[in-house]
Ligand binder design. Structure first.
Ligand code: SF4
Length: 315
């Protein structure tokens, strides 16, 4: 064992001890670094983690994810102390939908039902009729009466995909995730030529031209299930590269290749810099000091809870 992995192991042990002492639970998104996923009590996508946050009896929730996810945990279980290892871990998609501009849009279309993807701020959730995740978005859209016009925000790529799947025309907010928009179609097709028996699987936050060549499009947990149940043994995976850790653990005998990004970077794949702001050390520090806490006003939490609960009832 190298010094680095030895240090990491002892830090993981310290996190586990502290977590037990403080009756804390660690919820980690699939896009977190492997060493964080290894100490987590639950690993999941947005919907799974929101449900875990709502149900936990722990006193402290350490949310290893990004800010809007930790906010959702706090809204769902307001009596808990919710900590985020780095409070600056934001999200390009959530940032692409500022509340004032969104309020203006709503004013122009007062008869529209507002559906928002969970990847938005708590304030945007207060302006929503119902929230959705990529796991349940289709069902949520289909639950809205056909004669009701819809505003969908903030992800235009997911919105376009849903319009095609449901046949519903929607007014789309012009937001996107920088990670899922980073995939290069040319490089993806080149890679596919090298692995012609591979299945291309993609998250619906990806651009339409990527989704069109995919054999499977689905949420993070949907992609995991697809790879597990498929008879194929090679997959090109178009979503944040952190998913590969859990996926490979589920199917160690299969070949998983991250889809290439437009810009060359060290791993030639797509990683979310916001997600990666959390480190094992920061996670330990925040649990020890309990200082990086998500604080939201009572009024904001009550208003944001309404569209989240509507979603959970339909999930
Ligand atoms: S991967 Fe995209 S949507 Fe997810 S947290 Fe990062 S920037 Fe936001």
């Amino acid at each position: 064992m190298t010094v680095a992995t030895l240090n990491q192991t002892s830090l993981q042990e310290k996190v586990t001890q502290l977590k037990e002492k403080k009756n804390a639970v660690i919820l980690a998104h699939y896009y977190q670094e492997p060493e964080i996923q290894e100490v987590a009590d639950f690993i999941g996508d947005s919907l799974e983690l929101a449900k875990k946050a709502a149900q936990t009896s722990a006193d402290i929730i350490v949310f290893a994810g990004v800010h809007f996810m930790a906010e959702t945990a706090k809204i769902l279980n307001p009596s808990k102390k919710v900590l985020l290892p780095d409070l600056k871990a934001g999200c390009s998609l959530a940032d692409s939908c500022p509340p004032d501009a969104f309020r203006e849009l709503k004013k122009r279309y007062p008869d529209h039902v507002v559906v928002t993807y969970i990847n938005c701020s708590a304030e945007i959730k207060t302006l929503s009729d119902i929230v959705c995740t990529s796991s349940n978005a289709e069902r949520i859209i289909n639950s809205i009466p056909q004669d009701k016009p819809i505003i969908f925000a903030p992800d235009k790529n997911l919105g376009k995909y849903l319009m095609e799947k449901t046949g519903r025309k929607m007014l789309l907010w012009d937001g996107a995730c920088i990670v899922h928009e980073a995939f290069s179609l040319d490089k993806l097709l080149e890679l596919y030529k090298e692995h012609p028996s591979a299945q291309i699987i993609a998250h619906p936050e990806s651009e339409t031209h990527i989704l069109k060549v995919a054999n499977y499009v689905g949420s993070t947990s949907g992609m995991l299930n697809y790879v597990k149940s498929s008879e194929k043994d090679t997959f090109i995976v178009a979503t944040e590269a952190g998913i590969l850790h859990q996926m490979q653990k589920d199917v160690p005998w299969k070949t998983l290749i991250p889809a290439p990004a437009k810009e060359d970077n060290t791993c030639a794949c797509s990683e979310c810099a916001f997600m990666k702001m959390n480190t094992l050390q920061k996670l330990y520090n925040c649990l020890e000091k309990e200082d990086l806490e998500i604080i939201l006003s009572q009024d904001l939490m009550e208003k944001a809870l309404v569209p989240i609960e509507r979603m959970l009832k339909l999930s």
